[in-house]
Design a protein around this ligand. Structure first.
Ligand code: CU
Length: 165
């Protein structure tokens, strides 16, 4: 009776250990699956800024700013832009005949927010000192979820386009 009982206990313990291992493995697989599918849309945004430039404004006044925010994660929004070297930086969207200020710009999940000529852009006013070719202006980009990313944006020729030498 005693030995049978001991054997029974051992079998139960082994079965329990095997079950725990199986459950553990299953939980890991489930977590990976969620991350690769719908979990991605709600995961943290993974942002990087590329192709940023400011065309040298003709009279040293109002300048446009262009850049691309790449996102390898969940959705985010650009909600504010400021600069220690300029009085105001606003977000603008060009329409057929004019442009309008916008309060926020979507950064789609696993996509990109593009600020480019003819479309959405930044408007930089109140330079502390007149910008010159080759200089850089710090822009502090604040995102709803990611927080603030600071980038140094080079001042380029008025006709510059990214990708050209
Ligand atoms: Cu504008």
């Amino acid at each position: 009776m005693r030995s049978t009982g001991a054997l029974g206990f051992r079998r139960t313990a082994l079965a329990g250990a095997a079950l725990a291992t199986a459950l553990g493995g299953g939980a890991i697989l489930a977590a990976c699956g969620a991350g690769g599918q719908d979990g991605a849309a709600d995961g943290p945004a993974r942002l990087s800024v590329a192709d940023s430039y400011i065309p040298l404004p003709p009279a040293g006044g109002m300048a446009a700013g262009y850049l691309t925010v790449r996102n390898d994660g969940g959705p985010d929004q650009l909600v504010k832009v400021s600069s220690p070297g300029a009085g105001s930086v606003t977000m603008h969207r060009s329409t057929a005949s004019t442009m309008e200020q916008v309060e926020r710009l979507d950064v789609p999940a696993h996509g990109a927010l593009q600020l480019a000529r003819g479309g959405t852009h930044l408007m930089i006013m109140g330079w502390q000192k007149a910008p010159a070719l080759g200089e850089e202006l710090e822009l502090d980009l604040t995102f709803a979820r990611t927080g603030t990313i600071s980038v140094k944006v080079p001042v380029k020729e008025l006709t510059y386009r990214p990708g050209q030498s």
